[in-house]
Design a protein around this ligand. Structure first.
Ligand SMILES: [Zn+2]
Length: 426
């Protein structure tokens, strides 16, 4: 019999590792790396590091000392593993975040049990994104088993705090040069964007806190005070009547999914004014002198970030000019620029081609409504050849009874292995 083409044996190798893929996913889920506060990060980083060290990877643990939330109780421990081929060549890097959001209510299975049922692995982080991390590890190990790393290098990192901005994780490593040339050429982040889609970027984010100011007085004589909550009501009214319709009209050429996010959006994330409510007694009559609101504005690559800020400032300044007693503070909470990799970039073409080979259907190129660590790779590491591709189903992320499909993991591992082979060959 003639020898099988290398992809057939590579794919068979991955199929043979199906149980191992499931077991690794379970092991990762059973380490409850909940963020906040950033629990047991080191245990999870070491699980990945020990496994890859046994395969000949050089393993480094990089703690983001001084990052938000970092302490001896909750160290921000990242792991970076690298293996070199015999000859120099491009480096393909798989990056997964090891942190998960708190489980919340509504689970019918143990969120940290890693239960297998009906071809799925259940648990917090199964989909976002420990199933993706496991698939990338198995993909890379299959390539090594087949002796296909002849030139170039492979890297796998497990990083922290993605769910809270990624400053202690990919953001930290990027400032140290871990996500820049010549060390790395292509980055694949196995976030849950569905097994047949290549995610080429994300919208921008601008979070701000608006505070309106007033003056306290007795609640029976509100005309003697200055009500901060009514002032905030005026702000909300302008957002509702003017801004939201304007945002709905700003459509983007970015292929954002779901369709509803293919425009500019704003969420009123929180609002609070007046007396605290966390007591059992009755309230006392007071005119509130402070009201605070947090807004979450998501914007498009076609928009100027200064103009995004300017829209809110315009509303606030307009009210200051027109509304007696109106005064405010505006504080920026968080800002990330939109990012989008070229739809024909090497990593996009390699992964899209591999999806077509493995799944027998064309890959969809999409943009994520929310951000992920690609922003740090592109903006801090100045590495443009970065995408997200992973087996999880986007809609299940952060939900109760989160799961990842075992077939999806296996197929995505094949896609990752084949795409990596393509990229290593340059
Ligand atoms: Zn994620």
């Amino acid at each position: 019999m003639p020898p099988l083409p290398p992809t057939d044996t590579l794919f068979r190798r991955i199929e043979e590792r199906r149980d191992d893929l499931v077991a690794l996913t379970q092991d990762l889920i059973r380490i409850p790396t909940v963020n906040p506060p950033g629990d047991v990060y080191t245990d999870c980083a070491k699980l990945i590091g020990r496994r890859l060290a046994a395969r000949g990877f050089q393993v480094e643990y990089v703690r983001a000392v001084g990052a938000a939330g970092d302490s001896d109780r909750y160290p921000r421990t990242n792991v970076v593993a690298r293996i070199e081929g015999a000859r120099p060549g491009p480096c393909v890097h798989f990056n997964g975040h090891i942190d998960v959001v708190p489980p919340g209510q509504g689970w019918t299975v143990d969120p940290f049990g890693g239960e297998v049922r009906d071809g799925r692995v259940y648990g917090r982080g199964a989909c976002d994104m420990k199933g993706g991390i496991a698939a990338s590890i198995v993909a890379v190990e299959a390539l090594l088993d087949e002796g296909l790393l002849t030139a170039g290098a492979l890297e796998i990192s497990g990083t922290v705090d993605e769910e809270s901005g990624g400053y202690g994780g990919v953001g930290h490593l990027a400032t140290l040069g871990y996500f820049s040339r010549p060390r790395v050429d292509h980055v694949i982040i196995p976030e849950p964007l569905n097994v047949d889609r290549v995610c080429i970027g994300h919208r921008g984010v601008w979070w701000a806190e608006i505070e309106t100011k007033g003056r306290v007085a007795h609640g029976s004589m509100p005309f003697l005070g200055n009500c901060a909550v009514r002032h905030m009501g005026a702000v909300l009214h302008r957002i509702e009547e003017d801004l939201i319709p304007r945002l709905a009209g700003k459509r983007t050429a970015m292929p954002v999914v779901p369709e509803g996010a293919r425009q500019s959006t704003i969420n009123i994330n929180a609002i609070h004014g007046g007396q605290r409510e966390d007591h059992d007694g009755l309230p006392s009559p007071m005119v509130p002198d402070r009201c605070r609101m947090v807004i979450d504005r998501r914007y498009l690559i076609e928009e100027d970030p200064e103009a995004v800020r300017g829209e809110i400032v315009g509303i606030l300044e307009g009210l200051r000019a027109s509304r007696p007693g109106f005064d405010y503070d505006l504080r920026e909470v968080l800002a990330f620029l939109p990012t989008m990799t070229d739809a024909d970039a090497p990593v996009v073409r390699a992964v899209a081609g591999a999806i077509e080979t493995v799944l027998g259907r064309p890959a969809e190129r999409v943009v994520s409504p929310g951000t992920y660590d690609q922003k740090h790779v592109v903006r801090v590491g100045h590495l443009k050849d970065c995408i997200a591709y992973g087996p999880g189903i986007l809609d299940l992320a952060h939900q109760p009874d989160e799961y990842v499909g075992i077939d999806d993991m296996e197929q995505s591992a094949k896609v990752m292995a084949l795409a990596t082979l393509e990229l290593l060959r340059g």
